[in-house]
Design a protein around this ligand. Structure first.
Ligand code: SF4
Ligand code: SF4
Length: 86
């Protein structure tokens, strides 16, 4: 992971913590399957183990995800997106 990516990840983690402290996140994370190359960067960085790689694609366990956005910040393929919660 490059320095720039690491800094981005730290800032994102801080933003995620702020969301957890000051209010519930209004969005959830989703994987855009056709963009995912299964590199596992998101799996490695997820602080709660909410991402598993299945058949070469990342999958997010929505019940475990805290919407901290770290996975979005490390994915080099734009395969993680935020979407509004219904
Ligand atoms: S970091 Fe992106 S490309 Fe890599 S496994 Fe996760 S979603 Fe897929
Ligand atoms: S947004 Fe969810 S899936 Fe992504 S790193 Fe944070 S807790 Fe894990």
């Amino acid at each position: 992971m490059t320095r720039r990516k690491l800094l981005g990840a730290v800032l994102t983690l801080m933003a995620g913590c702020a969301v957890s402290v000051f209010g519930k996140a209004r969005f959830k994370m989703k994987i855009i399957a056709h963009r995912c190359v299964g590199c596992r960067d998101c799996h490695r960085i997820c602080p709660v183990g909410a991402i598993v790689i299945h058949r070469g694609k990342a999958n997010i366990d929505q019940t475990a995800c805290t919407s901290c956005m770290l996975c979005e910040s490390v994915c080099s393929y734009g395969a993680v997106e935020r979407c509004e919660k219904l």
